[in-house]
Structure formats: C-alpha cells, structure tokens
Design a protein around this ligand. Structure first.
Ligand SMILES: [Zn+2]
Length: 308
C-alpha cells in the first residue's frame, strides 16, 4: 500500500514536471509570436545611418496654394470637380479626371504622405522636399511628436500639413474599442495642438481603415470634424525593416502610372534611411510624368477604403 502510494506520488510528480515544462515552452513561444509577429512592421527599428550629403543648405521656399494654417479645415476643390459627388470617391475622381484629360484640362496630382514620424529621418525628408520644392502631408504619432517638436514646426513652416496618426500607435490599445480609438486620437489632437497651435483635422488610422474601423466609427469620426484619409499607392517601405531605395521608387512609380490622383504612402519612422534617396527619385520621375504635388487639403474627396 505504502509502495503503491509512493509510486503514485512519483507518477504525479513526473506528470506535473512534464506539464510545467510544456507550459513554460508554450509561454515562451507565445511571447515570441506576440513580440515579433504582432508588432506593427513600421515600428521595427534598425540602426540609423545617416548620409551627411543629404544635409542641404537651408533656403526659403514658397509653396503656392497653401490654405490658412490657422483654420486647418479648408478643403479646396480639385480641378474640374463639383461639390456633391457621391459614390465610390476614388472611381468618381478617376472618371472625372479621365474625362477632363481628354480635353487636356486637368493636371495629374500626387499627394505625398508620410506616416509614423517624426524621427531622425524626418529632417532628411524635409530637406528633399525643400530641394524639390514640393509640399507633403505628415501623419505623425503624437507621442513621438513630443520628442521632436522642432521637426513638426519646421514641416509647418515649410508649407507641409500635419495630420493625426494617433497618440500611441499601439494597435491593441487603439483598436480595442471605438471609445479607445477616440480617446487616443483626442489625446494626439491635444498634444499636436500645443506644438502647431491649431487643431489638425486630417486623420489616418494606423494600418488604414480596412479591418480596423467600422463604418459607424468612421462616420462618428467625421461628425467630430476629422477627415479620414487612406491611400491608393503604397510604397511598401514597411515590407522589410529597410527596403532598398530603388524598390520603393519602383513600387510607387508602377502604381501611380494609371492614376490622376495618387495618394502615396511612405513611412518616415525610425531607421527608414533609404527613404530620402527613394523620395528624390520618385519626385523627379513624377514631375517628368507631369504630376503636380499638393497637400491633402487640396484633395476633393478623401480616398477611404472602407465603404462610406
Ligand atoms: Zn502607422
């Protein structure tokens, strides 16, 4: 009886030991998956290696057609578009532009947009934009903007627009509930307002609206005065920790070809050291293709992938 009991104890002890090890392995695997796979790719950091030749002499620039930054609510109608258009905004715009193009009435427009900054890369991006004399829109993470307020102010002074890209950019937090999203972007709004002096109304959801925002939340955000923007050209610069400049250029030029209205997605987050070089080639090529560059304030109807 005693022997049986001690055998039973040993068996229980071994079984418990075995399950503890299995549990430990499962827990470690979960941590690895959680940290590596579920982190947003744009936040993958790599060591910053700046290219000193990119630092350009500061020269004043004048970018035409900028709305009054004190309001940040003016939406300027695109060429040959009437207010009140409905339906799929992207298609409506393309159709309208294509019709107008037959009569050579319309200008192709590229909207350069940069998400996930500011970072050490941002001044280099600003230098290229200044060199090329083109305006852009920066969807900034407000918690990072606090670390680099001067980059944000310089972007505004250079004629660029600042948009809200949440405060935390933490997917699990911001997409845990509609209220969590609203709280986070409201926090971002208040933070950005202290830096730039006005309310930034342009809003881009991290990862885009598809699969992240419901139609109900999107319409609530609009009723709060936010203007949601996705994109229709993806530079795919987050497909790897560091995409070669040439690959970024190819991705953008290829997708932009067929479009009169190109809203182009880049990321000026930490470590994106190939971005400035890629940006210079993209701008040069799109200029040759006849594109004009504007900030998103000039877009008649925002490109938003979720149904309206
Ligand atoms: Zn983002």
């Amino acid at each position: 009886m005693i022997r049986e009991l001690s055998t039973l104890k040993r068996t229980i002890g071994r079984t418990a030991g075995f399950f503890s090890i299995v549990f430990l392995i499962a827990f470690i695997a979960f941590l690895i998956v959680d940290i590596v796979l579920l982190s947003p790719p744009e936040l993958v950091q790599s060591k910053l290696t700046t290219n000193p030749s990119l630092t350009l002499p500061i020269k004043p620039i004048e970018i035409p057609d900028q709305p009054d930054p004190s309001t940040d609510s003016a939406i300027v109608l695109g060429p040959d578009l009437e207010p009140g258009e409905t339906g799929n905004n992207n298609q409506v715009q393309e159709k309208k532009f294509a019709e107008a193009d037959k009569n050579k009435q319309v200008q192709k427009v590229a909207y350069l947009t940069f998400d996930d900054g500011p970072s050490d890369i941002t001044p280099y991006v600003l230098d290229i934009l200044r060199e090329q004399q083109v305006p852009a829109t920066f969807f900034v993470i407000a918690s990072l903007a606090q670390n680099y307020p001067d980059y944000i102010r310089r972007a505004v002074a250079d004629g660029h627009r600042i948009g809200n890209h949440t405060y935390s950019h933490k997917y699990r937090l911001i997409y845990s509930s509609p209220q969590a999203f609203i709280d986070d972007i409201s926090h971002a709004e208040a933070t950005l307002q202290t830096i730039i002096g006005y309310r930034p109304t342009l809003l881009r959801a991290p990862g885009g609206t598809v699969g992240n925002l419901s139609k109900t939340l999107a319409s609530e955000l609009r009723s709060m005065g936010f203007i949601l923007h996705d994109w229709n050209v993806d530079s795919k610069d987050t497909m790897a920790a560091l995409m070669p400049a040439e690959k970024i250029r190819e991705n953008v030029v290829e997708q932009t070809k067929s479009k009169h209205v190109a809203v182009i997605l880049f990321h000026d987050g930490p470590g994106k050291t190939t971005l400035p070089e890629a940006l210079r080639s993209v701008i040069t090529e799109l200029k040759q293709e006849g594109y004009q560059f504007k900030t998103l304030d000039h877009l008649y109807q925002p490109i938003v992938a979720i149904d309206r």
